[in-house]
Design a protein around this ligand. Structure first.
Ligand code: ADP
Length: 404
């Protein structure tokens, strides 16, 4: 679509989970080019779906637009609640900003989708075939898509996948050491957080084109955490795998672990698949090790030795993963920290960097403490702190595809 074909209006970006729907509305500026074509207008979150529904929303100017209980929708499901949210969103849009399209974060695109896609009935059915690959998230993503398709059939909808960006990984990175027939069945490394890595690659290409052409390890450290190796902005390896459990320990997930533990738990603790799933997604990681919290801020504020251990393990595993991903590229030209912990915690970045002196990483304490864009010391490998923006990436794809 050319710039002149663009209509003035708004795009809705949705990230739908089991108990919450996060939304961001972007204004489309038809006369602007590049990233300026989109500006955030307002954003919010509907929490407590299935229990006590609450809406909170803020304008891009930070003005509070809503902080209210939606008691009339208590115990409601996503299909029951989403039309009300859409009504609220449209009521809060000026008349000259009609909703043009909706973009969804969808966790899994399987091996079929290596880029975002404009949705239709057939594609929605194909996406439901990937539910076994992401049983906790894919159904919630699809529930929102189906609800909008029913209530607003004329509204174009676009799916943007967490896995798509990593479809460029070579087989040497994506293949597990398992029998080939299982690999052919789709048991392989897919990788996640792809929209975040795509944003970082895009941002680096715009801002530091020379560095972006090189070998960059990106550490997306949030409550879910993964790392990726980008060569010329393309994913060649990543720490998450078949599921979002692989890689480094996270808020409540363990990261990679000996598969023998699962056999032991099934055989001697008689744990079922559902029990294992609950434990691995919600009871491990920082929370499991510390017994205290899944939030890195609580872990760092605590003097409890188990909290200290959780922090040490997180940093050591992140550093080991950085060197392992560098090996996938035969070297490293730059390191990027992003997401909640990566963007906001100087002490975690410093602890990770303290294990990486031998590959040439050294931080400038003052720049690191200030969360500067460049935080490396003189003579060190370049180290960046770049805030990620998955919502912008979804809006940008939605803008391109909605009238393609
Ligand atoms: P997600 O999108 O995966 O839910 P975020 O990228 O928003 O997560 O990261 C959330 C996490 O970031 C929080 O759980 C918290 O542990 C961490 N975090 C945020 N700010 C800080 C900070 N100043 N210091 C340490 N950790 C922080």
């Amino acid at each position: 679509m050319t710039q002149s074909d663009r209509k003035k209006g708004a795009l809705l970006v949705l990230n739908s989970g089991s108990s919450s729907v996060k939304f961001t509305v972007f204004q489309v500026n038809p006369d602007a080019s590049g990233d300026e074509a989109l500006s955030p207008f307002f954003a919010g979150q509907l929490d407590g779906i299935g229990s006590s529904a609450k809406l909170k929303a803020k304008a891009a100017t930070k003005e509070l637009l809503a902080d209210e209980s939606w008691e009339h929708l208590d115990q409601g499901t996503v299909p029951a609640i989403l039309p009300h949210l859409l009504e609220w969103i449209e009521k809060n849009l000026p008349a000259d900003l009609p909703l043009l399209a909706a973009g969804h974060r969808v966790v899994h695109g399987g091996q079929l989708f290596n880029k975002p896609v404009l949705l239709n009935g057939e594609i929605i059915e194909q996406l439901s075939e990937f539910i076994p690959l992401a049983p906790l998230h894919q159904p919630q993503n699809l529930a929102a898509i189906r609800t909008l398709a029913e209530s607003r059939p004329e509204l174009p909808q676009v799916a943007c996948f967490d896995t798509a960006f990593h479809q460029t990984m070579p087989e040497v990175s994506s293949t597990y050491g398992i029998p080939d027939e299982l690999t052919q069945e789709g048991i392989r490394r897919y990788g996640f957080h792809g929209l975040s890595y795509e944003f970082i690659a895009h941002h680096m290409r715009e801002t530091f084109p020379d560095v972006a052409k090189g070998r960059v390890v990106v550490a997306h450290l949030g409550s879910g955490a993964s790392l990726a190796a980008l060569q010329d902005g393309v994913s060649v390896d990543t720490s998450m795998g078949f599921s979002a459990l692989d890689g480094i320990p996270m808020g409540t997930r363990p990261g990679s672990m000996d598969a023998g533990i699962l056999i032991h738990l099934m055989r001697h603790h008689k744990m079922s698949a559902d029990e294992l799933e609950k434990m691995l997604y919600y009871k491990c990681g920082l929370l499991g090790i510390s017994g205290l919290s899944n939030d890195m801020r609580d872990i760092q504020a605590s003097e409890d030795p188990k909290a200290k251990l959780a922090e040490e393990i997180f940093c050591m595993k992140a550093a080991k993963t950085i060197t392992s991903l560098a090996t996938s590229m035969d070297g490293i030209d730059a390191l990027v920290f992003t997401a909640g912990i990566g963007e906001h915690s100087p002490s975690i970045r410093a602890k990770i960097a303290s294990h990486l002196k031998w590959i040439g990483v050294e931080l400038d304490d003052a720049k690191n403490d200030a969360n500067d864009l460049h935080i490396e010391a003189d003579g060190s490998l370049p180290v960046f702190v770049i805030p990620t923006d998955e919502e912008f990436m979804i809006a940008s794809h939605t803008l391109k595809l909605q009238s393609a």
